[in-house]
Design a protein around this ligand. Sequence first.
Ligand code: PGA
Length: 276
Amino acid sequence: MKNIIIANWKMNNSFDEAESWLESFNEKISNEENLPDIVVCPPAILIDYMDELLLNSELEALENKGNNIDELEEKEIEKLAAKIRKVQIGGQDCHAQINGAFTGDISAKTLKDAGCNYVILGHSERRQYHFESDETVNAKVKTALENNLMPILCIGESLEIREENKYLDFIKKQIDGSIPQNIEIENLIIAYEPIWSIGTGKIPSIAQIDEMANFIKDEVEKNKNIKVKNSKILYGGSTNSKNAKEIMAVKNISGMLVGGASLKADEFSQMAKLSF
Ligand code: PGA
């Protein structure tokens, strides 16, 4: 299975900044053969715009390769473009319902329509500022799957829980509570993000990341009611181009969820190359 690197822009970047980021990022990876899957999760309002920018550059590339776009049907063009797409787009959250009276919320169905294939769910900032429980996250994961979005499920303990040495129990509870049970799940991405490491510049030791990746893998396999066929475990929290290589070398780590460092196209492109 291919590794994956995911940019979580959070509430950052304007339309102009998103455009120059994409231009610069594309330039930096254009000649690179060995890339992991790459996903960018911008603020929701930028999704459709970024999808269009990506499509335009793909059409240009197809034309440069001698395809006569004007003669093709729209569906066919989209298929060809999707084949050469190097950057996928994801949402940062979705609601558990696909429509209804939920002011300010975002539907998984609309994310999919706008060009997303992924959605981050249960990020600690959503759990903290929007009071999302495991139960809420669980319902969102189910809805995302039903709408053909790959959930990027975030879990992770606070510093207090780590220091009290209760982190394994806490993570087990998050896994059991946030992953829908007794339904077949083909693919799931689980991002381990210790809260004390997000945006702080502090990262766990490699031994600690290794311990958590093994623990999460075992727990997903051990719980008979969790029927996930393929899972990828990612690390997130203060990753950058300097620590990426070491983190990616951890046995059960298949990628990274990147916050701050993903805002710089150059830095993120270096991290992508190191994540292959
Ligand atoms: P950070 O954020 O890389 O800025 O620590 C990671 C995240 O919140 O996903």
